[in-house]
Design a protein around this ligand. Structure first.
Ligand code: GDP
Ligand code: IMO
Ligand code: MG
Length: 421
């Protein structure tokens, strides 16, 4: 079997959690491959909304195995809070959730370093979620990190103290007033809780699963435009969010990747700092935020909103080799008179339809305008019932990108999903 991958094509929050939950019934295994508790993946059924940060979005299906891959970074405090919240509602993951021994641990001091680094950057701060993501990946690539497999070593506490002390020296240089110790009790309790789960050589387990015909979906976090290599650097996250990240973050060879499902909103959002060519800092953007409830699932910050950007979308599709598209939140535009889509950029007076290196210079998006469909689409279950203007919008995107839109999501609930033939 091959592993399918579902990932975000914009700046995150495209609706990955919801759609992974919907698709889980087609899979035996769901695995996260990068990122950590900077992610907030929401899913909704029976009128209850759940938000997951570290744990894959397949956990509401009893038969499914969920794996946290080696490419993920885990904060034991947040992880144990998630496990407890799920256990309270009767979701017991002890036998179905497995954690890679090679996944790196976020220490309380990583979070302090994140905060110190952001404070030092002042106005040019990244707008990090302050979950310690950047400093943890820095320690991973700097070959200083602590991994999940280390928690059962007898000298784990010593290793922890060594790394913490290194961090304390750096924090002194930042002149940052930190109090790491106040989080340590909860952190070590979280570590103990992690020991209840099966800690695995996930790359071996996953390849055996594929050999044995298990249907496998890798769940991305963040989005392609936040990728450490290809996003709007330095306003990015610290991992490879693109499809290649599923290979390194799970130990799957490129030749074992099957379908690549790319998810995007019918408009765009971004939370945190950084370039956003089609941003609408006006009544239109406010309307998108209000109707789409565009507030961060992890930090509660208002998300910046703007029109769909086909230059950026095509770039993301190219990087990921997307084989099918999923469009979410078209329902948010139900009441709009006019809907715009950026089809090219004017950069320094020159027209381009490819992503420029100078994404941080002033960019004038060139738009194509569509009439709004002015119809409530939230109850529609069949693609034939979608308004003709929305179908036109969908066809336009399919022709421009050369990739079919196979799923249209029209609301946050599991049921508000149209699978196209
Ligand atoms: P993720 O990080 O990609 O999983 O996305 P988030 O959960 O951070 O943000 C997506 C938000 O949109 C959540 O509040 C979802 O409940 C909601 N959502 C997902 N799909 C749809 C949709 O098709 N329509 C509407 N109105 N909301 C949606
Ligand atoms: P999901 O998986 C949206 C953004 C932050 C910040 C930048 C770096 O829910 O789509 P970090 O904490 O990684 O150092 O922050 O990336 N960011 C996200 N934006 N959705 C996310 O995840 C994000 N994870 C990080 O806002 O701009
Ligand atoms: Mg999110």
């Amino acid at each position: 079997m091959k592993a399918d991958v579902l990932l975000g094509l914009q700046w995150g929050d495209e609706g990955k959690g919801k759609v992974v939950d919907v698709l889980t019934s087609n899979y035996d295994v769901i695995a996260r491959f990068q990122g950590g508790p900077n992610a907030g993946h929401s899913l909704e059924f029976n009128h209850i909304k759940h938000v997951l940060h570290t744990i894959p979005s397949g956990v509401f299906h009893k038969e499914t195995i969920n794996i946290i891959g080696n490419g993920v970074v885990i904060d034991p405090i947040i992880f144990s809070e998630e496990i407890e919240a799920l256990s309270k509602i009767g979701v017991d993951l002890l036998t179905t959730l497995k954690i890679s021994k090679k996944a790196h641990l976020i220490l309380p001091s990583h979070r302090e370093l994140d905060a110190a680094s952001e404070a030092a950057k002042g106005k040019s701060k990244i707008g990090s979620t302050l979950k310690g993501i950047g400093p943890t990946y820095m320690d991973k690539t700097g070959r200083n990190g602590l991994r999940v497999g280390d928690i059962i070593r007898i000298d784990f506490k010593e290793r922890y103290a060594n790394l913490k002390n290194k961090h304390k020296d750096i924090l002194k240089q930042y002149n940052y007033n930190s109090n790491i110790e106040r989080h340590e009790d909860a952190w070590f309790k979280g570590v103990e809780m992690m020991k209840n789960f099966e800690l695995i050589d996930s790359e071996v387990t996953i390849n055996h699963m594929l050999d044995n015909g298990k249907r496998f979906l890798a769940e991305g976090a963040q989005g392609s435009l936040l990728d450490i290599d290809f996003g709007s650097y330095p306003y990015v996250t610290s991992s490879n969010t693109v499809c290649a990240g599923a290979c390194t973050g799970l130990g799957i060879a490129p030749s074992r990747i099957g379908e690549v499902l790319g998810i995007f909103k019918a408009y765009c959002t971004r939370v945190g700092s950084g370039p956003f060519p089609t941003e609408q800092e006006n009544a239109i953007g406010e309307e998108m935020r209000r109707i789409g409830a565009e507030f961060g699932a992890t930090t509660g910050r208002p998300r910046r909103c703007g029109w769909l950007d086909l230059v950026a979308l095509k770039y993301a599709i190219m990087l990921n080799g997307v084989t099918a598209l999923i469009m979410t939140k078209a329902d948010v535009l139900d009441t709009f008179d006019t809907i715009k889509v950026a089809i090219s950029y004017k950069v320094n007076g020159q027209l381009t339809d490819t992503m420029p290196f100078e994404i941080d210079t002033p960019i004038e998006p060139i738009y194509k305008e569509f009439k709004g469909w002015k119809t409530d689409i939230t109850k529609i279950k069949n693609e034939n019932k979608l308004p003709e203007i929305l179908i036109e919008y969908i066809r336009f995107i399919e022709i421009e990108t050369g990739v079919p839109i196979k799923i249209v999501s029209v609301g946050p609930d599991r049921d508000a999903t149209i699978i196209r033939k």
